[in-house]
Design a protein around this ligand. Structure first.
Ligand code: DLL
Length: 438
């Protein structure tokens, strides 16, 4: 990695002295709170009910006096009730899929779009991309923010963008090969799927020109990173965001892969205890809460992301001074409670990483057995394990069970399945089947 040159998109902002950045944050927070109160009925009503005045912020710590905003608030104000500008000033609308309720709608003014493009350009630059790159986008283009978000970020840098969108993996590979794509943009699970399809098609990493993979939109750990890097021959960096706040562009890793740099001059991050709702000090794990600092169309105050991570400051070899967040471990609403024990799917992945011979593909089943919950984890073995050797299989199951017990603090039933039998995903992977209420 030594020869890789560190690049910045907004060097001044990304390397600013944190004390100086705080001055900007405070000014922007005050403006945001004022605008939200004046322009969004929902905030005015909430503030008035609490007897809060919009001038409540005289220092950054005062943010804890503000109420939280939840996904339900966006749903209650569906579709345009959270907008702080008239519709004629909105130039783009995205929304969530709405599979679990009313969709949440997000609007962007022209300035919001410009900021969004630049924030994505920042994280893509941090991940190694430059105007010399050919960027293949495998995110869906549509209401989902992934496709358009990364697309315009790459265009802003001046890279050549191939807007493939999702589906037809063998054709995607042919295009990547012929067009000499240097950068893959997708979910981590889709990057894995591409790697497997390459094997099936007899395509070698040297047949492709890939150098970077910018992966995001779902949790992933080191095992997936290693596989993707090894099989595609790339530096794979993580990037995080959610549509309610902007989409991708909230944070991203640099090529040193030492945590995600948060664009904190645009989003003020806090970590709270999801039960007491009290702010937690830097370094502690909890729920990420974000406040927009520059958004025109839809300012959001203390939005509860439900994502579990921690915030920390440390000197990064890349020179960025932005606060970091750890790779999100999962969502508080994805957390399974199995016989009173909290289980995150990411812990399963962590356990898998400790064991040789298994792939990163798994599914967790939770069932009710009488009064108790039971958990089964189906794990796909690697091709090179001889499935007909009973002894080897038994050892592998024992090995996995020990690791799961150590990390999950409960004993699951472990079932091995042959290579390539679990479902693959083009969008976000679904790894939990909770059959307790069905
Ligand atoms: O997934 C935005 C995005 C697109 C981010 C492309 C990065 C790349 P939503 O569909 O609204 O937006 O889903 C947001 O996905 O609250 C997290 O739970 C999860 N998520 C997103 N990025 C990551 C990540 C986009 N890097 C929800 N690691 C968030 C873990 C992630 N989880």
């Amino acid at each position: 990695m030594g020869e890789i040159e560190v690049k910045y998109w907004h060097e001044e902002e990304e390397r600013m002295d944190p004390a100086e950045r705080k001055v900007f944050q405070l000014e922007r927070l005050q403006t945001t709170v004022n605008r939200a109160y004046r322009k969004v009925d929902f905030y005015r009503r909430t503030f008035d009910k609490l007897g809060l005045k919009p001038d409540v912020i005289s220092e950054l710590a005062d943010i804890s006096k503000l109420p939280f905003t939840n996904k339900q608030d966006l749903r209650d104000n569906y579709p345009y009730g959270m907008f702080a500008v008239p519709l004629r000033d909105i130039v783009r609308i995205h929304s969530s899929s709405g599979t679990t309720g009313k969709p949440t709608v997000v609007g962007y003014t022209r300035n919001d779009l410009e900021n969004w493009n630049n924030l994505v350009a920042r994280l893509m630059t941090a991940g190694g991309v430059s105007k010399d790159d050919i960027v293949h986008v495998s995110f869906t283009y549509g209401l989902f923010t992934g496709g358009f978000g990364l697309h315009y970020g790459a265009e802003t840098i001046g890279a050549s963008v191939i807007p493939f969108s999702s589906g037809n993996t063998s054709r995607q590979l042919a295009i990547m090969q012929d067009y000499k794509s240097t950068t893959l943009v997708s979910t981590p699970s889709y990057a894995l799927h591409i790697a497997e399809t390459m094997e099936k098609m007899g395509i070698n990493r040297n047949d492709l020109s890939l150098k970077y993979a910018l992966l995001g939109s779902e949790p992933w750990g080191d095992k997936i990173r290693e596989e993707v890097q090894d099989k595609l021959g790339v530096i794979a960096t993580d990037n995080y965001g959610l549509s309610e706040l902007i989409g991708p562009g909230i944070s991203g890793e640099c090529i040193y892969q030492k945590g995600l740099h948060i664009n904190e001059d645009f989003f003020y991050p806090e970590i709270i205890d999801p039960l007491t709702l009290k702010p937690l000090p830097e370094g502690e794990w909890g729920e990420l809460v974000l406040t927009t600092l520059k958004r025109e169309a839809m300012p959001l105050l203390r939005y509860r992301t439900r994502d579990v991570t921690r915030l920390y400051r440390e000197e990064c070899p890349c020179g960025r001074t932005l606060i970091k967040m750890d790779k999100p471990q999962g969502r508080t609403d994805d957390m399974l409670i199995v016989n009173g024990v909290n289980v995150f799917p990411s812990q399963v992945e962590e356990a898998l990483a400790q064991v040789q011979g298994v792939s990163p593909h798994y599914i967790i089943f939770v069932r009710k057995k009488g009064a108790l919950d039971s958990i089964e984890i189906k794990v796909e073995v690697n091709e090179d394990i001889f499935f007909d050797e009973m002894k080897k299989q038994r050892e592998l199951v024992e090995n996995l069970t020990v690791q799961f017990q150590k990390i999950l603090l409960l004993k699951p039933k472990v079932t091995l399945v042959t290579s390539q039998t679990l479902e693959r995903f083009e969008g976000k992977a679904k790894r939990v089947v909770d059959e307790r209420n069905s």
